[in-house]
Write a protein that binds this ligand. Structure first.
Ligand code: HAM
Length: 432
């Protein structure tokens, strides 16, 4: 029978790498708590319409990357429904905000999420079909200050703090404003006009985008097209007074707290809900998929999916890419990412000691130690071999030890062997 493998673009995350995942997630939770964010967990699948209307029909995500299926009716009272595995979490968070009337209290909602997302992209380094995001959203009624440029700057400052807490260095913050709902149509019109002559000289994707979604032309990565695209009209020249002032205030607050950024006029991002501030943190070490995280403001998203006016701003970081970056940094520093060794390996020396050795392991684990437990059918030689692979020390627990209440401990690094009373073992092994 043929072997069954993980589906293309999906992968198993295994120890010791999962230690790094947990470290990243725990660090994010700690930093988010300091900025008074609470966790939200939305379903992994949603009504397809949520993404069609929220993210935009013409985006690559919705037009070609979603995992969508028809959920058949199982009873006459049910209707068949189109469902989609979430390709991102912002639309789901805003749906939940609307559904639970979270804006009614007149306060800002500050919500973070950690979880898998699904996009049917071409897999490559740093790009998977099931990938993971750590993200956060600030959303609320305008009366709660949800449109304030201070919210944008605070999010960006939090991200700089989080990357510092993760010891990720060498990133660049790229910042732009894509204007308000009234600026954008004027800009898109100008793009369309400029593209009439230019599009036929660009790649086939751009020729299509020029018609369906001209903004997406600015995302083009084909090297030969770059110089020509740089000549297209710039969104900055189409911002109205308010959008311009908003962006200037975001920049001023970032300057005040020393968060460095570069303004990237072409950063329009691949989702249609953005208005005004857009940003990405990129990292040179990641290769082609160089965006560590991306985000921006979405002042009209709530209304686009049937909710009240509720401007918001947020981001999502690719956990897979954070892991790749940290692993590359560890290698550069010569740090080992080898499996964490246990404090002790307990070797019951006979089957008669098995049950009691579990009691001993329980005592040590309750004292906070990381303990591996062997098997009473192993010979002494095998116990030593196993212990040496798994732990820093071996604790021998034979008939004699069980009777005398003294156990033998050998340190693999120093080769030192000692006998200690069982009651003192935890302390000797470093329990606090
Ligand atoms: P996004 O730019 O599509 O934005 O994704 C955010 C981040 O998720 C990317 O910068 C990247 O690190 C990671 N990512 C995206 N696709 C993949 C993939 N196929 N494999 C691995 N990592 C990937 C959003 O998703 C928005 N919801 C962000 C946002 C939140 N905007 C406002 N609030």
């Amino acid at each position: 029978m043929g072997q069954i493998k993980a589906v293309r673009g999906t992968r198993d995350l295994l120890p010791p790498e999962t230690e790094l995942w947990n470290h990243i997630e725990a660090t994010a939770r700690r930093v988010f708590a300091r900025y008074a964010f609470g966790e939200i967990r939305t379903p992994i699948f949603e009504d397809t319409q949520l993404f069609a209307r929220g993210v935009g029909e013409e985006t690559d995500i919705v037009s070609k990357e979603m995992y969508t299926w028809e959920d058949r009716a199982r009873a006459q009272s049910e209707k068949a429904q189109m469902l989609t595995l979430r390709p991102e979490n912002t639309a789901g968070v805003v749906r939940a905000y609307i559904e639970h009337k979270l804006g009614d209290a007149g306060l800002l909602q500050k919500l973070y999420y950690i979880g898998p997302q699904f996009r049917r992209e071409r897999p490559q380094k740093g790009r998977y079909r099931q990938f993971y995001q750590i993200g956060a959203e600030v959303i609320g009624p305008p009366s709660a200050g949800s449109e304030s440029p201070l919210r944008d700057a605070e999010i960006l400052e939090m991200l700089a703090t989080l990357l510092e807490a993760l010891s990720i260095t060498g990133w660049t913050l790229e910042l732009n404003s894509v204007g308000s709902a009234t600026d954008r149509p004027r800009y898109i019109q100008a793009l369309r006009e400029a593209l009439v002559d230019l599009a036929p000289t660009l790649c086939v994707d751009c020729q299509r985008r020029a018609v369906t979604n001209p903004l997406r032309v600015l995302d083009c990565k084909v090297p030969e097209d770059q110089a020509k695209i740089d000549e297209l009209p710039k969104i900055a020249d189409f911002l109205d007074e308010d959008s311009r002032a908003h962006f200037a205030q975001v920049c001023a607050a970032l300057d005040a707290c020393g968060v460095a950024y570069t303004v990237s006029p072409r950063l329009v991002r691949g989702l249609d809900y953005y208005t005004r501030t857009t940003f990405e943190f990129t990292h040179g070490g990641l290769g082609a998929q160089n965006a560590l995280l991306g985000g921006g403001r979405y002042d009209g998203l709530s209304e686009a999916i049937g909710g009240p006016k509720a401007p918001g701003i947020g981001f999502a970081m690719g956990t897979d890419r954070l892991v790749l970056t940290l692993q590359a940094q560890q290698v550069a520093l010569g740090e080992s990412s080898a499996a964490l060794l246990a404090d002790a390996y307990i070797a019951p020396l006979g089957e008669a000691q098995q049950a009691e050795s579990l009691v001993l392991a329980r005592e040590l684990r309750r004292a906070g130690l990381r303990v591996e437990l062997g098997d009473g059918t192993f010979r002494l030689k095998k116990s030593f071999e196993m212990g040496n692979k798994l732990a820093r020390r071996i604790v021998l627990f034979g008939e004699q030890e069980a009777v005398s209440g003294m156990v033998t401990v050998k340190d693999f690094q120093t080769g030192e062997q000692t006998k200690v009373p069982r009651g003192e073992l935890a302390k000797m092994l470093g329990a606090q």
